[in-house]
Structures are given as C-alpha cells and as structure tokens.
Design a protein around this ligand. Sequence first.
Ligand SMILES: Cc1cc2nc3c(=O)[nH]c(=O)nc-3n(C[C@H](O)[C@H](O)[C@H](O)COP(=O)(O)O)c2cc1C
Length: 195
Amino acid sequence: MDRSGAPASPGARPDAVADLLRGRRTVDRFLPDAPPQDVLDTALDLARWAPNHKLTEPWRFYLLGPDTVSGVVSLNARLVADSKGAEAGEMKRRKWSAIPGWFVLSCVQDDDALRRREDYAACCCAAQNIMLYLWSRGVGSKWTTGAVTRDDAFYRLLGIDPALEEVVGLFWYGYPAGEPQSLREPVSQRVQYLK
Ligand SMILES: Cc1cc2nc3c(=O)[nH]c(=O)nc-3n(C[C@H](O)[C@H](O)[C@H](O)COP(=O)(O)O)c2cc1C
C-alpha cells in the first residue's frame, strides 16, 4: 500500500495547473528519440492517484517492446489495407513505424455494470493524469481507440483476455515534432446556472 502525503504543490505558480490543462495537446508526429523510461514510469505511477470509486484500481498498463510494436503496426496496416486499399495500408505502416513510444491502458471488467462504468471512468481519469504529466515533462501523447484496438488479434498480441479486461486506449508518446492546435467552444455555451 502506498499513501500520498505530499502537500499540494508547495510554491507552485498559481496558474501552473491551468496552463498545463489548457496547453496539453494531442500529438501524433514525434521526433525519433523515445523519452527516458523513468518519465513514463513516473506517469504510470501518477495514474494511480486518479479518482476511483471503491478504490478498485481497475487500470492495467502494457508497455510495448519492439516485437509487440511491430506486430501492432503490421496488424493495423493489414486492417487499413483491407478496408481502404494496399496504398493506404502502407502509408499507415510508415507512419506508425515512426512512433517512438507505445503503451496500452486496459480496464478490468467487473461483473457489475455500474462498477464497470465507474471503473472505465476512473481509467479515463488515469489516462488524463498520464498525459498531463507527460506534457509537463515536454512529452506529447495521443490516445487512440481506432479499429485495431478492438480487434481480437490486438488482444492476442498483447496477451489480454477480452473476458477479463477491455482496452481503454492505445497511447503513443514522444517528443512533439511541431505544435498541434486545438479549439474549444466558449464554456458559456455549455453551462447553465440553475436556481
Ligand atoms: C477516448 C478517446 C479516444 C480517442 N481516439 C482517437 C483516435 O482514435 N484517433 C485520433 O486521431 N484521436 C483520438 N483521440 C484524441 C482526440 O482526437 C483529441 O483529444 C481531440 O482532437 C482534441 O485535441 P486535444 O487532445 O489536442 O485537445 C481520442 C481521445 C479520447 C479521449
């Protein structure tokens, strides 16, 4: 058991968290070198501090080595070739082969539907912890839920039993090549102040 007794951000700049939340962007073009392993290890460690009803700690992480990456790249290229043609498949293979860092987050499947929903929510919070921490260390990431992540062969490649765990996402990470942009509507369009 591990307890967090750390004081909240002693001496942190008041806007540091706001800047991090606003500034994080999904990145899918990376410089070739992978970030140091300890950066990812710390990000996964921080994932555990996500809010989690009943403290089920439903997250499971799979860090992909070169053989597994190669299997996923080939599987995805084949799936894309089957649906969009050989040229599209080859383009995907080239793009995916250049990604420096890979991990998969899965969620343990509880028998109870409400628990499964809440566990999935906790895993999504864990994912955000990871992506925000990586960003704070200059590392970009992308959460993908493309067709490959739902394919039986993907589960087999990772050794995940779909009866026990569901893939929440495949994540890429690395140092960003370029500065991605993203926009949001003003929050006033999404808020109602009720009496
Ligand atoms: C559950 C989830 C699944 C996602 N799946 C994909 C995906 O399959 N392909 C993709 O290009 N982006 C995917 N994204 C990333 C979103 O496209 C991205 O967050 C969105 O464009 C907003 O950009 P930002 O993250 O830079 O703010 C996913 C994000 C989430 C939360």
